[in-house]
Every structure is written in structure tokens, then in C-alpha cells.
Write a protein that binds this ligand. Structure first.
Ligand code: PMM
Length: 266
């Protein structure tokens, strides 16, 4: 899944694809390189960020979705708002990527059930402006697993088909670095819920911390690509269904290495 943030303030690519031409060109480049889905988002979820209103989000996302869908690209819409998801599906998106796992907007389950599109339910405990204060766990893996399981149950009760549900541990969302690593270390616990699992580690802060220099200065997002591809290879090997990444080429190469390693042939 290639990331296309049409936002001024996302942590790694904010502001880069605000113009229509730049956004379309970047999406096409990721698609040509082999992305299976382009994830279009119009609201930044970086820790501490403030929300934009639904009209702003729609104005950013819909023209891009419409144009890319017309060109035949498979698209997900990265939104927590049911109205934005519904409009994006109408415009041609085929997947809902909801970082709130249906918690931010009670109407999202209905949109997912009515449209029948796959719905990525990410683990989430609250909006970005206060998520750092929500990273309190006694057993992060058990709690994320239980909370994701509850979100899947809620989706099923609302009429969402079992095979439309994808789960995501939500790395960096109400989670500190050591909690992200615990979740990756025990990805099996999330996989054992029986749904496809998406992993979104690309260029995130915990990778910057891991790769800090001698003075303890975190590696900036632009220097986290090799680490991202390493996470991708390991996630693929662990059985993840997908990875959400900024640099599609690097991660696709990593997936191919993992697959050849597993099969013992190329
Ligand atoms: N991370 C971000 C945004 N959307 N969606 C899913 N499903 N999983 C994630 O981990 C995720 C997401 C934040 O990263 P960005 O600012 O680079 O888009």
C-alpha cells in the first residue's frame, strides 16, 4: 500500500503532494513501481496534530480519488469520517482505511456494511492531539489484541462481512517505541485473530529512535527507508497481509526477498 498524503502537515511527506499534479504523478509512480493499493489521505494523524473539518478533507481527497480511479488505480481512503469514506467510495475508492477502527465516527460501520468494501480497522485510542497520553498499558500486546478483537466484533455485528475486515496494530498511535517493538515482536498475537493484518511502520519515529546517532539525535524521516524495508521483509515473513509505505520500490524488493527466502527459489 503506497502512501499518498494530500496534507500540508504529515510527518514525512506533508506538503509535498498538495498540488494536484504532484499528487497524481506520485501516485502513478508508486503504481508503476508495483503498489497494489494507493492510500489517499487528507487529514494528518501525526502526534499532536489538530483536526481539519470534513469539507476540507473532502476537498483535498475527492478530486485526487476521482482522477486516479478514472486511470484505473486501486485506492483506499485514509479517513476516520464516514461521510468522507462514503464520498470517496462514490468517487472510486475501493477500500476504507480507518485509523480509528470505527471508533471516531459511529456511522463508519454502516458505510462499510452498505458499500461492502474492505475496511482496515487500526488500533486507536484517541485523536492525535491527545494520543501520547493514552499510551498506558500493562500488557500492550494483549490489550491491543483484545481492543482490535472488540472492533472486529463491532464491525461484524453492524453487518460487515468477515472477509472485508483487515486489522492493523496501529504502530505509533498511542504507543511508544518499546510498545511498537513489542507488537512487531509478537505480531502472531494479532494474526491469530484470523484476519489479514496490515503493518504501518514506514519512516515512523520509533525507527528514528532506533537509528539515533552517537549524541542520541533521532535519524530524520528521510534516513529511515532502509529500516522501513527491513520491517517490511520481517512483516512479510511473519505473515502480514500488507504494509503501508512511502517508498513502494524499497518495500516491494524486500517482500520479494522474503518470498524467495521462504520458498527457497526465486
Ligand atoms: N499510519 C499513518 C496513517 N495512516 N493507516 C494505517 N492503516 N496504519 C498506519 O500505521 C497508519 C495509517 C501515519 O503515517 P503517515 O503520516 O505517514 O501517513
Amino acid at each position: 500500500m503506497g502512501v499518498l498524503n494530500v496534507t500540508p502537515d504529515s510527518f514525512s511527506d506533508g506538503g509535498r503532494y498538495l498540488s494536484r499534479e504532484d499528487a497524481l504523478a506520485h501516485a502513478h509512480a508508486m503504481w508503476r513501481r508495483g503498489a497494489d493499493i494507493i492510500d489517499v489521505g487528507g487529514e494528518s494523524t501525526r502526534p499532536g496534530s489538530m483536526r481539519v473539518d470534513a469539507e476540507t478533507e473532502k476537498a483535498r481527497v475527492l478530486p485526487i480519488v476521482r482522477a486516479l480511479a478514472a486511470d484505473g488505480l486501486a485506492l483506499s481512503v485514509d479517513t476516520t469520517r464516514a461521510a468522507v469514506a462514503a464520498a470517496a467510495i462514490e468517487a472510486g475508492a475501493q477500500v476504507i482505511n480507518d485509523v480509528s477502527g470505527g471508533l471516531a465516527d459511529p456511522d463508519m460501520a454502516r458505510v462499510a456494511a452498505d458499500t461492502g468494501v474492505p475496511w482496515v480497522l487500526m488500533h486507536w485510542r484517541g485523536h492525535s492531539k491527545d494520543m501520547n497520553s493514552l499510551a498506558a498499558y500493562t500488557d500492550v500486546v494483549a490489550e491491543v489484541r483484545a481492543e482490535l478483537s472488540a472492533r472486529a466484533d463491532a464491525a461484524l455485528s453492524a453487518g460487515v462481512a468477515e472477509d472485508a475486515i483487515v486489522l492493523d496494530p496501529g504502530l505509533g498511535f498511542a504507543k511508544h517505541a518499546e510498545q511498537n517493538w513489542a507488537l512487531l515482536h509478537q505480531l502472531d498475537a494479532i494474526l491469530s485473530l484470523g484476519f489479514p493484518v496490515l503493518v504501518g511502520a514506514s519512516r515512523k519515529r520509533f525507527l528514528g529512535r532506533l537509528l539515533a546517532d552517537g549524541e542520541g539525535e533521532p535519524r530524520p524521516p528521510s534516513g529511515r527507508e532502509v529500516a522501513t524495508a527491513a520491517v517490511t521483509a520481517l512483516a512479510a515473513e511473519a505473515g502480514a497481509w500488507g504494509v503501508r509505505v512511502h517508498d513502494v520500490g524499497a518495500s516491494l524488493d524486500a517482500v520479494r526477498v522474503a518470498a524467495a527466502w521462504r520458498r527457497g527459489v526465486d
